[in-house]
Design a protein around this ligand. Sequence first.
Ligand SMILES: [Fe+2]
Ligand SMILES: [Fe+2]
Length: 457
Amino acid sequence: MAFIERKNSPGVRSRRSFLGTSFAASLGGALLRRNVSEGMEIEELPPGVVPSNPRELLYPTPEPNSKIFSKESGSFAASYPLLQNVSETSASISWALNTPSTGWVEWGRTPALGKIARHSEFGLNPYEENFLSAQIFGLEANTEYFYRTATCSFSYQTAYQKTISEPQYSEIFSFKTMGANRDHGSFAVMNDTHNQKEIVRAHCKRHNELNPDVVVWNGDLCHRYFFPLIAKTAIANPCDEPFAARRPLLFVPGNHDKRGPYAHVLKECLTPWRQPDPNFRTLGYNAAFRNGPIAMITLDTGETGPDSEEESGIYDFEPYRALQTAWLEKTLSRPDIASAPYIVVFCHVPIFNTNGKKDTPPTPPLKWSAYSNLCAPFWGPVFEKHRITLLVAAHIHRFTYFEATPERPWPQITGGGPLPANAAGIHAEADNERLTVTAERLEDGSVLGSWNYKPRV
Ligand SMILES: [Fe+2]
Ligand SMILES: [Fe+2]
């Protein structure tokens, strides 16, 4: 398997290497050898490092098997565009690269396009090795727009000699902005795909049938992030089809999306949400918008354990969660959100403990917990105060549904997992009469459950 090298943080890498090697010597070696002998690809860990947790061997890295975007094809791009964060007034677009490139997005109200968006910073146009992106602002709600990406390979020979190619363009795609003044809204959810392209493909096939307004990818997209290749293959191009070029993608981070050197710059691929309020500028994955009668809100639960449990000191989730709590309170009070017939909140780690009193604190080295006891005391009361309709979570790798109770007046649903036996999708449709949410087994399409909710206002 060929990997693209990246300059990693030596401190983080060496610590993980040490933990992984020492633990594997006692526990993981036999499992590793067995999987290698069965022809299973091991993940893209640094040389000599064995996964510290045998469970991780369940989630091998997919091969970069794109036919359309192979390097041999001559394509500078390594994926179709990923349309993300479509709000009432803005959108962002990213795409993977085969070669160091510069580029831009051409867009407009008609296929004639006419406008350009480019991620220029401090006087320099973009030059990237892995992903290019651009944000479009000033859009009108409930309006169709057209766009295409332009990619030029670019190389520096010396400070004075540079080579730029002619642009390669994507085909022209269209999308519709969000907005409150619509009688109908819909969404679909996939989660915990853990770089299993077959599972992502099955979700995308179902999404093509359902054609929801937006697809929420509710965390643990990959198992860990040691090289940008994982994002290029498992996130940007899992299907060799434009699965997120017309239908907006909304990324909700999972605990696994925080692991590995490349997790620190995942924003290259999955572009952050733009916060208009300067108090919340540092929040990148907290979205809030109206999709017709549905107000859609996303939260980032982060890792499942307290920051102090991570001995390397690399985690700083506690102030991040506190800032999100302030953002959530303020956002749910926004007139356009407070007046929504339905409020659906998405986060990766469940807020309600589905294991009842059986849940135990995370135990090293697994550091896994079935719910976020770090977020629950803060976010649960805010959900109750603002009467959210539903919390959509993930993380436990199985479908569950818990009705609202007098003590917890918001229901919680969790999606499925990364293996065919437990993979499940969630989809929802709403008009001004009801919101209908349905969960399905991915393998055979059987309905796991369907629920109707009345408007909250
Ligand atoms: Fe997961
Ligand atoms: Fe998770």
